[in-house]
Design a protein around this ligand. Structure first.
Ligand SMILES: NC(=O)C1=CN([C@@H]2O[C@H](COP(=O)(O)OP(=O)(O)OC[C@H]3O[C@@H](n4cnc5c(N)ncnc54)[C@H](O)[C@@H]3O)[C@@H](O)[C@H]2O)C=CC1
Ligand SMILES: N[C@@H](CC=O)C(=O)O
Ligand code: NA
Length: 445
């Protein structure tokens, strides 16, 4: 087997996202090396202040204020500084010195994407940016790769975690915008200047990136219509609630035919809007995001998950890193199938889940206690019991009375399939049980 040399990874920024990327790179070193086919060696973390207090404990010797030297010694540069400069110059330096780049910087890409992509194309460098839109949710690469053969007609989504967190708190807890923003900032969701979030600028940057990717055209940031949430009042939220709606900051990108000229084009816009409580977007709480994509052949697709947060966003950054590192190592895409973990695959008997069991039982005193003891004998605990009567039948040709039966629907707590199977066998053999009508697993909670 060919041994590839370690790839030198330079990290620019050690804040909410950067610190988590560094931690995971160090903690998951061996696993990541197996996925890439070469080690990923974190050679340094460029920050503004090496002595700043950090939420993650990282080796102090990794920190430097000399970003340029770090970049020049790297095979891959991860930019997690944010903002336009010096991030733009650092990325250009990385590309022009032969490194591949991962960034989460939507502000930069929305303003200078064409320049950076062109610079990368020119030298054959890779520039990945999954974390720049909707945090941990895979949406950039699905649009860029998976949907590359389809025609996307519309994107509708919540793409800013901070404002969703704020609107949700205003709706569910009656918080003020300021109080909720302070919490979002504390949790690492907000941008360094949170005006970017509450003013809708961050969502507009993401809309520009999504529309450009989806429609294969350059959608300049200036052409994205933008309204933030600063004018959303508690009273508007209250009236929305009374009418059966919630207010969400939406990003909408769509193909349109101009109503006057008939010319085909696209639109990208961001504004707070009423969303009916029955719509799936109304159930997107906290800093989560959700993006609906409507494509010609695929139909409607939904992407949902954490839109902000250091560790969640770090997942998208590492995904980009592994993907480009693999290409860097072997000059091709990742593994079509990956089997280095070589894990045992367990039989269903070892699986733990919850169950709903419907029993028909004789309707006589003490039945419930008998049934409950069968469960407890097998270590399966009951969460819920519902009972309904089955009307007594008026019997046989000889007019004998047939005892009435009761139907019990029993919900269990978590139990292994093996314990459940043994319980069901005992129930079936018990004289008070006339029929085990059904056994279904309870999932999804
Ligand atoms: N926090 C989040 O939930 C998400 C953030 N992002 C993006 O990720 C990037 C990083 O965000 P955060 O980690 O939240 O930011 P942050 O403000 O927590 O961290 C920024 C880091 O960059 C360093 N830095 C700033 N200017 C520097 C300079 N001139 N030279 C060297 N280092 C410098 C700081 O020392 C700090 O370590 C931004 O582009 C942001 O938009 C993307 C998705 C989610
Ligand atoms: N501030 C952003 C971070 C992720 O992009 C947000 O709240 O969505
Ligand atoms: Na993403």
């Amino acid at each position: 087997m060919i041994e590839y040399r370690n790839l030198r990874v330079a990290l620019l920024g050690g804040g909410s996202v950067g610190a988590q990327v560094a931690r995971l790179l160090l903690e998951q070193k061996d696993e990541l090396a197996s996925r890439v086919g070469a080690g990923l060696e974190l050679i340094g973390i460029a920050v503004r202040d090496v002595d700043a207090e950090r939420t993650v404990d990282l080796p102090r010797e990794l920190f430097t204020t000399d970003a340029e030297s770090l970049i020049l010694g790297a095979d891959v540069v991860i930019e997690l500084i944010g903002g336009i400069e010096p991030a733009r110059s650092y990325i250009l330096l990385a590309i022009n010195s032969g490194a591949d780049v991962v960034t989460a910087n939507k502000a930069l890409l929305a303003a200078h994407g064409p320049e950076l992509f062109e610079a990368a194309d020119k030298v054959g460098a890779q520039l990945n940016y999954e974390a720049a839109v909707a945090g941990a949710i895979p949406i950039v690469r699905p649009l860029r790769d998976s949907l590359a053969g389809d025609q996307v007609n519309r994107i509708l989504g919540i793409v800013n975690g901070t404002t969703n967190f704020i609107l949700d708190r205003m709706d569910t807890e009656g918080s003020s915008l300021e109080e909720a923003l302070a919490v979002a900032t504390e949790l690492g969701y907000a941008e360094a200047d949170p005006t970017a979030d509450i003013g809708g600028y961050d969502a507009a940057q993401k809309a520009a990136l999504l529309a450009s990717l989806a429609f294969h055209t350059t959608v300049p940031l200036e052409s994205v219509y933008r309204e933030g949430i600063t004018k959303v009042t508690a009273q508007q939220i209250e009236s929305a609630r009374k009418a059966g709606f919630v207010i969400k900051l939406l990003a909408i990108c769509e193909r349109l035919v101009h109503p006057e000229t008939g010319v085909e084009g696209v639109s990208a816009r961001v504004y707070p809007a009423f969303v009916h409580r029955s719509h799936p977007l109304a159930s997107v709480h906290g800093a989560n995001n959700a993006v609906f994509v409507e494509a010609e052949a695929a139909g409607s697709l939904m992407f949902y998950g954490a839109g902000a947060g250091g560790v969640q966003t770090a997942s998208a950054v590492l995904g980009d890193l592994v993907s480009l590192a693999r290409r860097h190592v072997v000059g091709g895409p990742g593994f079509a199938a990956s089997n280095h973990a070589d894990l045992p695959v367990f039989e269903i008997g070892s699986v733990t889940t919850r169950y709903a069991i419907t029993l028909e039982v004789t309707d006589e005193p003490g039945v419930l206690a008998t049934i409950a003891s069968v469960f407890s004998d097998h270590g399966v605990s009951l969460a819920q019991v519902e009972q309904s009567m089955t009307p007594a039948s008026t019997g046989t040709a000889s007019h004998e009375a047939v005892p009435s039966t009761a139907t019990l629907v029993i919900g269990t707590h978590e139990a292994t399939e093996a314990a459940l199977a043994a319980t069901v066998a005992s129930l079936a053999a018990n004289s008070v049980v006339t029929n085990v009508a059904s056994v279904l697993r309870v999932e999804g909670a």
